[in-house]
Design a protein around this ligand. Sequence first.
Ligand code: ATP
Ligand code: MG
Length: 391
Amino acid sequence: MYELILVRYGELGLKGKNKSQFINRLVRNIERSLKGLAPRKVESTWGRIWVPVVNDMEETIERLTKVFGIYSVSPVIKTEKSLEAIQQAALRVLHDALPDGGRFKVETRRSDKTFPMTSPEISKAVAGYLFANSDDIYQAEMHHPQHVVDIEVRGEGAFVYGRVIPGAKGLPVGASGRAVLMISGGIDSPVAGWMAMKRGVTFDGIHFESFPFTSNRAKQKVIDLCRVLAGWGGKVRLHVVHFTEIQKAIRQHCREEYMITIMRRMMFRIAERIARERKAFAIYTGESVGQVASQTLESMFTINNVTNMPVLRPLVGMDKEEIIQIAQKIGTFDISIRPYEDCCTVFLPDYPKIRARLEEAQNMEILLDIDELINDALAHTEVLEIYQEEI
Ligand code: ATP
Ligand code: MG
């Protein structure tokens, strides 16, 4: 019964050139998300975006609710500009929105001033029709309606809609530039990546693997996580860094309780190198203060000291439970809890240093040829392009 979906976006703070860039990017992201579904062009007019629906309405809505920058969406009936056609469309919209009856209200906007009735007259005539044809299950209610039937009378036709489905909000992915995301196979870092995307950031994933100490299934887990994230923001480029030689060197030269600290300093150095090469301006991680030994403030200070790039930690104020809730909502949780080890667990010392001191870490690193280790790891880095799941 519907032919169109109306897409609303938040316009707060958007002006001039920024606004048209925002809208163009959002339109492109919508078109990309609908690949395989909507052969016709998405249009942007009157401060809104209109998506033609060809076949699968629910699938189209489902995909749109994963596009950041969309505030809400509504299926729309387009009719000819006659009161009778509008009334009939309104009844179908009401049945669809409140199948078991309830309180409704009609609101009308009329930009086509040649239409012979005013907006309040249209609302009244439509509300009367809905009530008369409602078998007593619908009541008109001005102040606390359960549902609003919206009518817009415009040059090209009349538009009737009702259901409002909330969108993902945030900013269109790509609108805020590029970062890198340090992604393990755990629960936290994919959520951090999703939060980066929500603010319009595109990211390259960086994963450190300890092959052959970690299995291909551990790597596959990260690829699958990136695939889920690609469903929220388009293609993800994943750099899989061969980290084993670095870990061996650290184990050979550094005190056991500082292994994690120094490993993580090496990870940040490599992340910065890749970020510079990719013209990315920040490093995202899934750290949250106090979660594990390497996430005390003092350890973070010692680890962070190797880079001047902003290190962004969107989960910093969250409890594990809150993070898990988001992971479940965005579809990464079930993949994250697959049992395969990642590189940190393989080389985990029995007693990692809870407060890793900077001077100690620096002293131990004197024995490492840092540049050579990094160059070697980068030379053995595999780059994968990961697309969203084909549905
Ligand atoms: P996660 O659930 O994301 O693995 P975590 O709570 O297990 O996080 P750590 O293992 O201390 O915490 O890792 C902290 C952060 O360091 C991760 O969120 C991730 O951003 C990064 N990280 C850890 N291991 C790796 C890895 N093998 N490859 C890439 N990044 C990693
Ligand atoms: Mg982890």
